[in-house]
Design a protein around this ligand. Structure first.
Ligand code: NAD
Ligand code: 0WE
Length: 258
């Protein structure tokens, strides 16, 4: 019996077989969870539906997290399918492309700042708000994905770093607000991984090479490793852990000088 046997879990953020959300879904399915998935746009519907099927799931719903109506519709459907929900996995981030290069002060704009915070940070609270009723009374859990750029300066990460800092504070405020209802809230801080969100980032390859050369384990992390940690945080094995950021980055974040 897996450590998530029969838990009902919503996965938000699968875009491809390289997605961190997909590594998480696979780990959770392996441990016995029943999964539902969302996709951002119609372009991704077939891809997500095909991946969901590999985990035995046919619950695949549209959800652009910029739209409250779409978020509400997800939980309306889930309420008809399931008697409750044990976990929501939020694995979503977006900043307009031009925000993610060059000097932060040159790049940042009011609109770029607002959009990146809306999609990458507020959306986690929005899912918590809409999913709250279904998560109550069953030791529910919320998980999100963050990055070291929230707490250290990483060249070109720019406004995404500020949005991830907001997301990490969101983890703590949500944990305090929902703890009395038995709902735990945590984040996994992953090392760099080549996913769709990383494609088109200048010099991403050299980031991976640098990490490999310097980090304690001398290699990059995988979506399977991030997924295993997320599955643990969702499970009753982590019943005493809330409001925390768990680094799954082959140890890179401990370094002061490499
Ligand atoms: P990915 O491209 O596979 O996933 C990003 C997801 O965000 C996609 O599924 C996309 O559809 C979704 N998304 C973007 N805007 C959305 C919107 N408006 N509504 C709904 N969904 C939306 O890339 P990934 O690397 O797996 O990213 C997942 C999470 O992991 C992100 O929060 C990212 O910041 C975080 N993360 C990534 C890395 C990395 O190096 N890849 C490292 C640490 C943390
Ligand atoms: O969180 C991320 C990336 C999130 C992301 C990626 C894109 C690319 C396409 C957000 N918005 C967009 N917008 C797009 O138009 N990561 C942790 C991966 C990442 O991105 C970087 C990194 C790392 C690491 C950008 C600059 C520097 C380092």
């Amino acid at each position: 019996m897996g450590f998530l046997q029969d838990k009902k879990i919503l996965i938000v953020g699968v875009a491809s077989e390289r997605s961190i959300a997909w590594g998480t879904a696979q780990a959770m399915a392996r441990e016995g969870a029943k999964l539902a998935f969302t996709y951002q746009t119609d372009k991704l519907k077939k891809r997500v539906t095909d991946l969901a099927a590999k985990t035995g799931s046919n619950l695949v719903l549209p959800c652009d997290v910029a739209e409250d109506a779409q978020i509400d519709a997800v939980f309306q459907t889930l309420e008809q399918e399931w008697d409750g929900l044990d976990c929501i996995v939020h694995s979503v981030a977006y900043a307009p492309r031009e925000q993610l290069e060059g000097n932060y002060v040159d790049a940042v704009t009011r609109q770029g700042f607002a959009t990146s915070h809306d999609i990458s940070a507020y959306s986690f609270a929005a899912l918590a708000k809409a999913g709250r009723k279904m998560l109550q009374g069953r030791n529910g859990a919320l998980i999100t994905m963050t990055y070291l750029g929230a707490v250290r300066v990483v060249p070109n990460y720019n406004v995404m770093g500020i949005a991830k800092a907001s997301l990490e504070a969101n983890v703590r405020y949500l944990a305090a607000a929902l703890g009395p209802e038995g709902i735990r809230v945590n984040a996994v801080s992953a090392g760099p991984i080549r996913t769709l969100a990383a494609s088109g980032i200048n010099d991403f390859r050299s980031m991976l090479t640098q990490v490999e050369a310097k980090t304690p384990l001398r290699r990059n992390v995988t979506i399977e490793e991030v997924g295993n940690a997320a599955a643990f945080l969702c499970s009753d094995l982590a019943s005493g852990i809330t409001g925390d950021i768990l680094y799954v980055d082959t140890g890179y974040h401990i370094l002061g000088m490499a």
